[in-house]
Ligand binder design. Structure first.
Ligand code: ADP
Ligand code: MG
Length: 279
C-alpha cells in the first residue's frame, strides 16, 4: 500500500515508496535524534521510528544517550537495575557488547540502555583526548550488524549530544507544533554547523519532524506552516499528532506500532520510516 501525502496547509507531495526488502544487512546509517528542548518527542520518535523501520525488515539498534533513561523505560527496561549500560560501552575499551545490548521486545530491534551513570561519563570525558569521538569509537563494532542506528540525545547541546552529532551520518530534529518551538532552533542549527565544520564534515540534516500536532487548533497549523517556511523540503511529510496514546505506550513499555498497530499514530511513524528509507 502506498499512501499519498496530504499535508496540513493543503500541500501535496509524491507518494513515498514502499521499501525494498533487504537481502543482507549493514553497514548502518547512524541517525542522531536531537533537539536541546525537552518534551518535543525525541525519545518517542526514536522508539517508534525504530520499530517502524524494524517492521520494514531493517535491523535497528537504538542507543539511549540520555542519563534519564526514558528510551529504556519506554521499552520496558528498568535502567537503574542494570549493571552494564551505554556508559560501559563509552568508557571501557574492553566492554563486551553482549553484556550491554538488550532485546527490545520488537523483532529486528535492539537497544543499548542508559541510566544515570551516563552523566558521570560526560564529566569524565572532558579530560580525554578525542572526547567528542567517544561514542563514534564505541559504535564502530555495530556498524556491520545493523542497517540503522538511532541515537536518542539528551535535551542539551552538551558533550553527549556533540558526541552523537560527531558520529552521526544524519540528524533528525523533532519539533513540537507549539508556541516557542522555533525558539532555540537557530542555536541547534548553529551547533550542527559547528560540528560539521570542525568534527564531522559528512553530517547531513536528514529532516525535521513535526510532532505534537493538534488537529483542533489553528495555532498548531500556523506553527507547522512556519516550520515548512523555515525548512522547506526537509520537513517530513509524516506529521505526528498529539495523542494520549503515546504516554500510554510508555506505561505499556512498547512502541505504538505494536501497542496500537492500527492507529493513525502508528501509520504516521510507518510513513516516517518509509521517508527515512527513501531519503
Ligand atoms: P523528549 O525525548 O524530546 O523529551 P518525549 O518523547 O519523551 O520527548 O515526549 C515527552 C512526553 O510527551 C512523554 O510523556 C511522551 O509520552 C509524550 N508525547 C510524545 N509524543 C507525543 C504525542 N505525539 N502526543 C502526545 N504526547 C506525546
Ligand atoms: Mg527524551
Amino acid at each position: 500500500m502506498v499512501e499519498t501525502g496530504a499535508l496540513p496547509g493543503g500541500r501535496h507531495r509524491a507518494a513515498v515508496p514502499e521499501p525494498e526488502p533487504l537481502t543482507s544487512h549493514g553497514p548502518a546509517r547512524i541517525i542522531a535524534v536531537a533537539n536541546q528542548k525537552g518534551g518535543v518527542g525525541k525519545t518517542t520518535s526514536t522508539i517508534n521510528l525504530g520499530a517502524a523501520l524494524a517492521e520494514y525488515g531493517r535491523k535497528v539498534l537504538l542507543v539511549d544517550f540520555d542519563p534519564q533513561g526514558a528510551l529504556s523505560v519506554g521499552l520496558g527496561v528498568q535502567p537503574h537495575q542494570l549493571e552494564s549500560t551505554v556508559y560501559n560501552l563509552l568508557m571501557e575499551r574492553d566492554a563486551d557488547p553482549d553484556d550491554i545490548v538488550l532485546e527490545s521486545g520488537v523483532e529486528n530491534m535492539h537497544l543499548v540502555p542508559s541510566n544515570i551513570d551516563l552523566s558521570a561519563a560526560e564529566v569524565q570525558l572532558v579530560t580525554e583526548v578525542g572526547r567528542e569521538q567517544a561514542l563514534g569509537r564505541a559504535l564502530k563494532r555495530f556498524l556491520s550488524d545493523y542497517d540503522v542506528i538511532l541515537i536518542d540525545c539528551q535535551p542539551s547541546l552538551g558533550l553527549l549530544t556533540i558526541n552523537a552529532l560527531s558520529c552521526a551520518d544524519e540528524v533528525l530534529i523533532p519539533l513540537a507544533c507549539e508556541f516557542f518551538s522555533l525558539r532555540g532552533v537557530a542555536l541547534l542549527m548553529d551547533t550542527i554547523d559547528k560540528v560539521t565544520d570542525r568534527l564531522n564534515p559528512d553530517l547531513q540534516l536528514l529532516g525535521v519532524l513535526a510532532t505534537m500536532f493538534d488537529t483542533r487548533t489553528l495555532h498548531t497549523k500556523q506553527v507547522h506552516e512556519r516550520v515548512v517556511e523555515a525548512f522547506g523540503d526537509k520537513v517530513f511529510e509524516a506529521v505526528i499528532n498529539r495523542t494520549i496514546k503515546f504516554p500510554e505506550t510508555t506505561v505499556a513499555g512498547e512502541p505504538i506500532t505494536t501497542w496500537a498497530p492500527n492507529s493513525g499514530a502508528a501509520a504516521a511513524y510507518r510513513l516516517l520510516a518509509r521517508e527515512v528509507i527513501a531519503r
